[in-house]
Design a protein around this ligand. Structure first.
Ligand code: GDP
Ligand code: MG
Length: 163
């Protein structure tokens, strides 16, 4: 079975940018405003001979109505389908209530999840990493900058060999 990895997090944290890196396509819509990717989007990738499937999601913002509610439902379905969830947070925005809600959902549902701190480019790791430890993940967060392809290949290589 090819492992399925779901990219989950608030809108605008960089999920689609990471999806494009992991699948080497431009399939997902990357936008400067939140919420453009309404549906789940599937892509394939391969690293070191290991194939995988990635699911991009529209995002969970925490106060969903209308189209946002559907986006959140799609995200929850992607979590159910996944062998591994990459929970993406934004180093620039810092920790938010929605991040805490998503972390709680993953915990309650006992999903294998890894915390990924994106947009770390140009920031001092010490200045933002501490607050994300409050989310209670056992493992160290992955520090990446998807837009600059920094940390992405080593992260996916390691995650796939550990699966
Ligand atoms: P999504 O809503 O979670 O799918 O987020 P997107 O992938 O659409 O990205 C939202 C915005 O964040 C876009 O303007 C991206 O260019 C930007 N972005 C994504 N990754 C990074 C990164 O590593 N560093 C910085 N500075 N910006 C990023
Ligand atoms: Mg997106």
């Amino acid at each position: 079975m090819i492992p399925v990895i779901a990219l989950v997090g608030r809108p605008n944290v960089g999920k689609s940018t990471l999806f494009n890196r992991l699948t080497r396509t431009r399939d997902a819509l990357v936008a400067d405003f939140p919420g453009l990717t309404r549906d789940r989007q599937y892509g394939e990738g391969k690293v070191g001979g290991f194939p995988y499937i990635v699911i991009d999601t529209g995002g969970i913002s925490g106060d969903e109505e209308g189209i946002d509610a559907e986006m959140a439902r799609q995200s929850l379905r992607a979590i159910d389908e996944a062998d591994l969830v990459l929970f993406i947070v934004d180093a620039r925005a810092g920790l938010t209530a929605a991040d805490e809600m998503i972390a709680q959902y993953l915990r309650v549902n006992n999903k294998p999840a890894q915390l990924v701190v994106n947009k770390t480019d140009g920031l001092d790791a010490l200045s933002f990493s501490a607050e994300f430890y409050a989310l209670g993940f056992a493992q160290e967060p992955w520090m990446i900058a998807a837009a600059h392809n920094r940390g992405v290949t080593s992260m996916i290589t390691r995650l796939l060999t550990d699966l």
